[in-house]
Design a protein around this ligand. Structure first.
Ligand code: SF4
Length: 474
């Protein structure tokens, strides 16, 4: 009997090891295939990563809409600041939404803890929400305006007894001169005024790592309008080497609070914004190698600074690189390598063992990357990976009718509405609505659902019951 028990226990342990070291979780494979099949045909090209590598991004909704800075434009509805930020409500909602996302989209997808300003939750409740997301097997990213000090981060990442609460933190930080009310610089005159604040934010995380061993992944977000477009290159030049792993630029859209719209955002052209980023990088940014959703919504280029030069990982004009991309999609699928290096190595080894030809392709890619970087530069400098992204949200006045027709199963003949519908159908960024079982694109969330949701939350969580302060600064 004892021998039988021991054998069963050993078999269970082996199964668990097999599961955790498997390149792609079995349940994710089915979700990816379903997602791919559900994509509209116009985005199902060779470069499409949704349905192959990822399910796309996710975000929370209806949790903490309030913010203590003022952006122009601001995607939060006009009623957002009438809602109290409440830790218990946030944890409940985050748990419900993450459970739903896990059920519908499989494990370990990128999920943003987003709404209003996350740090108004206070470090304890903020940490509770991140833990709930991890329990639901999401990769949580906190979206903040970044007006916080080191004490806040330490209290978030480290328990009172000095032990680490989180091994790694992922933050997306919104920094641009269209935001008013930041401590020490209430009204920036331009983007250059914020370079020091950007650097200080990154420095907080370096300190967190050296003092407490908490690593980080930091994404810099900037809203672009006609007023600051010409400053984009300078932001890239200054911040590109500060330690951000991703720099994302969002051309402004007419979304959210209409009282905060200041300029004619329709004058912005996606190519102009991308060209401004390229001027800052000092290199062409090849965005056609890997696509996330619809090209009219997103562009991205992965690469690394080798010394002063940014070098792309994949050149979209080199057929050998495109072949390498295809091989990675096939061999690795939804492999999650943002884990302990030893575990990532075993998963990669198992994936390669299934397709040994991957090694030859990888060797060719290494040679090409070394040539592009310059072998001497590679020997002298550390590679610092930085991805550049542009995410172009849509105007609420376009999204409202497009979404309404989509719900009736109608495709519009009007070219502008039709484009909006096509983009919504290929959306790479969803929010869960557990009550209705719907997954909603972020553009529709802001344009259609947030105003109603905020009015409901203002009744549920009225401001007058605000708890004693437990805010970001301290
Ligand atoms: S539909 Fe909107 S939220 Fe979705 S990817 Fe396009 S711009 Fe982004």
């Amino acid at each position: 009997m004892a021998l039988l028990d021991r054998t069963r226990a050993a078999a269970r342990r082996l199964r668990a090891i097999d599961d955790i070291t498997r390149p792609e979780p079995v349940e994710l494979r089915g979700h990816l295939a379903e997602r791919w099949a559900g994509l509209p045909p116009h985005v199902r090209g060779a470069s499409q990563s949704i349905g192959r590598r990822t399910m796309g991004c996710e975000g929370t909704q209806g949790v903490f809409p309030r913010c203590n800075l003022a952006c122009t434009p601001c995607y939060l509805g006009a009623e957002a600041n009438r809602v109290r930020t409440d830790g218990a409500h946030t944890r409940r909602e985050v748990e419900r939404q993450m459970r739903e996302l896990g059920r519908r989209r499989g494990p370990w997808q990128n999920a943003q803890l987003i709404g209003g300003e996350v740090t108004l939750l206070g470090p304890e409740h903020h940490g509770d929400a991140l833990e709930a997301m991890l329990r639901a097997r999401r990769k949580p990213m906190s979206m903040t305006h970044g007006d916080i000090d080191y004490g806040y981060l330490r209290r978030l990442a480290v328990r009172a007894d000095g032990s680490r609460r989180f091994r790694r933190l992922i933050f997306a930080v919104h920094f641009d001169s269209l935001m008013l009310g930041r401590s020490g610089i209430e009204r920036p005159r331009g983007e250059a005024d914020l370079h020091g604040h950007r650097a200080r934010f990154v420095a907080h995380f370096s300190r967190l790592r050296s003092e407490h061993g908490v690593s980080s992944y930091l994404a810099h977000n900037m809203t672009v309008t006609p007023a600051n477009l010409d400053q984009v290159p300078a932001v890239v030049r200054a911040a590109g080497r500060q330690g951000w792993r991703l720099m994302s630029f969002q051309p402004a859209a007419f979304q959210g609070n209409a009282r905060r719209w200041r300029e004619d955002y329709r004058r912005l052209d996606a190519d102009d914004v991308w060209a401004a980023i390229e001027r800052g990088v000092g290199a062409r940014l090849p965005h056609r190698a890997v696509q996330v959703g619809d090209a009219r919504c997103n562009r991205s280029a992965q690469g690394a600074y080798v010394g002063d030069r940014w070098v792309p990982i994949l050149d979209d004009r080199d057929p050998r690189d495109l072949r390498a991309r295809d091989v990675v999609f096939r061999a690795f699928g939804g492999l999650n390598w943002e884990v302990r290096p030893s575990l990532a190595a075993v998963r990669i080894a198992r994936a390669v063992a299934r397709r040994p030809g991957t090694l030859i392709i990888a060797a060719g890619w290494i040679v090409r990357f070394a040539r592009r970087s310059g072998v001497r530069a590679l020997a002298r400098h550390r590679c610092r990976p930085v991805t550049f992204v542009m995410h172009r949200f849509m105007d609420a006045s376009d999204v409202g009718p497009a979404w309404e027709q989509l719900q009736r199963g109608a495709l519009s003949a009007d070219p502008r509405v039709r484009e909006t519908q096509e983009r919504l159908m290929a959306c790479s960024y969803h929010m869960a609505h557990p009550d209705t079982g719907r997954l909603v694109p972020a553009c529709a969330q802001h344009a259609v659902f947030d105003p109603v949701e905020n009015r409901r939350l203002a009744r549920l969580l009225p401001l007058r019951e605000d708890p004693p302060t437990s805010t970001s600064r301290g």
